[in-house]
Design a protein around this ligand. Sequence first.
Ligand SMILES: Nc1nc2c(ncn2[C@@H]2O[C@@H]3COP(=O)(O)O[C@H]4[C@@H](O)[C@H](n5cnc6c(=O)[nH]c(N)nc65)O[C@@H]4COP(=O)(O)O[C@H]3[C@H]2O)c(=O)[nH]1
Length: 519
Amino acid sequence: MPNRSNLIQASMRNFASLFELLLKKWLFLLLLPVVLAFVFSYFIAVYLAHNKATEIGEFNLERLEAILKLSDQIGEYAMNLTEEDCGKLTEYMRFRPYFRGVLLFNDKSFYCSSTTGDLNLPLNTLLPVDRLKDGSQHIVPETPARPGVPAIITTFKNEQTQYGAVVIFEGQYLIDSFIQPDVFPRAVKTVVLGLHGATLPAAPQFSGNEVITVFAGDKFEVHQDFVILLEISKALFWHFYWIAFGLLLPLIFTLFVLSSLLLWKRNGRHSLADDIKSGIENQEFFLVYQPVVSSEDGKAKGVEALVRWQHPQMGLVRPDLFIPIAEESQLIVPLTNYIFERALADFSQLQLTTDFRIGFNVAPEHFIQSDIEAKFRYLRDAFAEIGVQPLIEITERQLLTVDMCERIAALRELGILVAIDDFGTGQTTLSLLQTFTLDYLKIDKCFIDTVGQDSVTSHVLDTIIELCHKMNYVAVAEGVETQEQADYLISRDVHFLQGYLYAKPMKLNELELWLKEHN
Ligand SMILES: Nc1nc2c(ncn2[C@@H]2O[C@@H]3COP(=O)(O)O[C@H]4[C@@H](O)[C@H](n5cnc6c(=O)[nH]c(N)nc65)O[C@@H]4COP(=O)(O)O[C@H]3[C@H]2O)c(=O)[nH]1
């Protein structure tokens, strides 16, 4: 009969099941904002890093344009000098910081340098002669003043007299000023300036990060052919990534919670009980069957039907999680009725040996239904037609009232077999056995586990088996996992054995194969 400790245990079990199920149900809702924040942050960080690098590229192209415009003034001055004015050029170039110097040339050679004075260098020293055109700009790998150091040169030339000047701009200065080593996070790892296929530095070295290209194009008046390649630093990407993530996660999370609350409000409280109800309607529940073998010949004489729930969002849900909720929300009766029909449909497809038994776990609520006898009469006959005898398993932990015990006794009169499940784990055992007679006694796995152990509880198993024999119950051992357990139970005349040693619960098609192989 019910007592306080039973009630406390039952409610704790129900609470644990509800908590685990709710966690499973809402976990994906909690995970989704995190996943979305990760994905969106990536795209935002890529966009911002590109933008920042483009901004830097354009800024430096503008600077380049501004500096190169100065070379126009220098060229103009140099074009007005005669061959005798070389000394004046040196003086003029003394305070031009970005410029390496100016070379003057005639139709034969370079004859004057602003850094070294008079000289005589062949005209193709910097470039092939035909590229020394008025207004042309080039990147050259080195100049006579600084061998091995690249520069940008602008040519001024009078095409009639063939006199001209080459203004040399210090290219390395520009590249060094691009990188901004003191700025954190360093936005750009490598910068390369390109013009007509030549680059500065001459052999650029990238470290495998993303490289973007910024063209001077139409944005610049004069120097439209310049292009800048910028290798975006990883630090910049991650800088933007974590900022975006930090802002997005709470935002998406809040939106999720708000929209979930709105939906919840609009659709009414969609509880797990509603899920079970719609699960029955949508046939999301199915059965697996675990063989129960005879200790005499090792053949399966029946199966236990165990329900499974393929939930559309939560996936496969264990029965010990949803059965307590179904019991609490008055859904266990429709669920069990569905299980009976499902088993009937399943087994009508099989060819079985006579007297095959199917055990169903039946909750006490079933036994207060007014039409219970009619229902079981129908089940008895329907199963008899396919050569199966139904057996109801009532767990000893559940609380049975006197009324229920009377109903169960009436069912036995109809020929329905009755088993006490998980025997030994509840506290009503002996009084229950006195109250009504039954057919089977299923010894709980926790006692089977004591076989081979020298513990106090190992003697309890022997006592339960003895009790079965004395009261003429058929004894069934649950959860047999080892041969040692099986040998022990067989030696003590336990009639039936069930457990992973023989077979795990399986779907109908697997059971059919198993039976063909083992029976
Ligand atoms: N570790 C181990 N476990 C073994 C072994 N052999 C069998 N089992 C498991 O032990 C449980 C036996 O069922 P139960 O005692 O009726 O205990 C059942 C029963 O109380 C309830 N349940 C399952 N199906 C139904 C159903 O259709 N209706 C109702 N009312 N309850 C059900 O859920 C409980 C758990 O069911 P399952 O998860 O299917 O777990 C099953 C089965 O898979 C073994 O050798 N080792």
